[in-house]
Design a protein. Sequence first.
Length: 433
Amino acid sequence: MDLQPLVYVCVVSGFNLPELESCLARRPTHVLLIVSDSFQRQADRLRGVLERLLPEVQVHILSRDTTGEALQGDSVLENQRWVRHVLLPLLNRPPLNAMPQALNFTGGTKAMAAVLLPAHPWAFLDYKALNHDALQTLVPAPDAWGFADAGTLSLPEVPPQDVAALHADRVTQDPPNRILTGQPDASLALARDIWQAQEDGCPYLQELFQHLERLWVLEHDNPAYRVARLRLEWSAFLQGPEHPSTELLHWLERFRALAPPALEWDERHIELPGNHAGKLHRALRQWISGLWLEQLAYHWLLEAGITPDAITRNLKCGQGTDSASQRELDLLVHRRGKTRLVEIKAGYPPGLSPSMLETQLSSIGNRFGRMEKALLLGPQPRRQLRQQHRWDTFNLRCQASGICLLHSREMLTAFIRDGAARVPRATENDQEN
């Protein structure tokens, strides 16, 4: 769709999703971003997303760096001076003065809106109210006082990775795990069976996960295990028994079917991916270590009618060049103007305090805008918390941090569809599903 001849003025703030949505709906040829001194980085991110989604748009950042004029934004008189000396001369200069000029006054301070609204004969005014999914359009009232309703404009859905890009300097995504691309149906079927077996308390699957967790998590830095491939006697792998049970071998067979070269065994030994495994071996280790639950949660949402373009998985976001600031978002969903983040935990390693699970998610704070956050726990960590009588305390801690605790398909879909307010609260005394 072509751009429309229009000069569209927006005010940059700490939350610029409404401005992005409005620009995508209006598709103007020129976007003027009013940037106070504390929001330069946000303006640069917004411009980057706009130029990617609207390749022909011309974005003008009006900041101290480009205009030579400081702007704090919270003083009516200072804003008035800035508009008179910076914005109005620009609007009256070719080629901008030959096009309709409109103001989006959603963002910014009240002091800025008080100055901008009467400062110029705008062709129309746009406003995106909180918790509304349409853009309200106004024009000057016929009696020269106030405004008249000029209708509403539907807002397009913004891909979740672009929502994240408004709040992070670097947004990347690794290629899909090879198990997911090479064995999508078999891996999904196995993920469903793992969930059900853990719900049912299958001791053999629990035992297998404990042995793998010891090698891949607890002993991750053990030099003997930091190799591409491990070859262990059964007694070393099972920590005692010289032969695996038939039931444990059943689960190993299911895992091996996803990547036959990565798992092998005979009567005396088992060979499996080490902690420096490459390619397919690493993909299987990652899938077994928790990606199975991420795959299952994603398909639960698809089956509930959430469209794939509203969901992004394993998004890596960072600030500046600091690699320590990089965070991986397991499941980020943006639909109907709402952003929701789900952290997914399939296991609960020994020695990890429950508070650390909550801290990992709450530490994100509002770094990715106004979003609701949830923690989806698999059956195994949920059972461990209940056995330790720590479930209710953990649940309350999550609530205090604004995190919705989920532990079922129904809770996940309710959270994504309707938000945390529609998710029933679970207690330690609830029956196991």
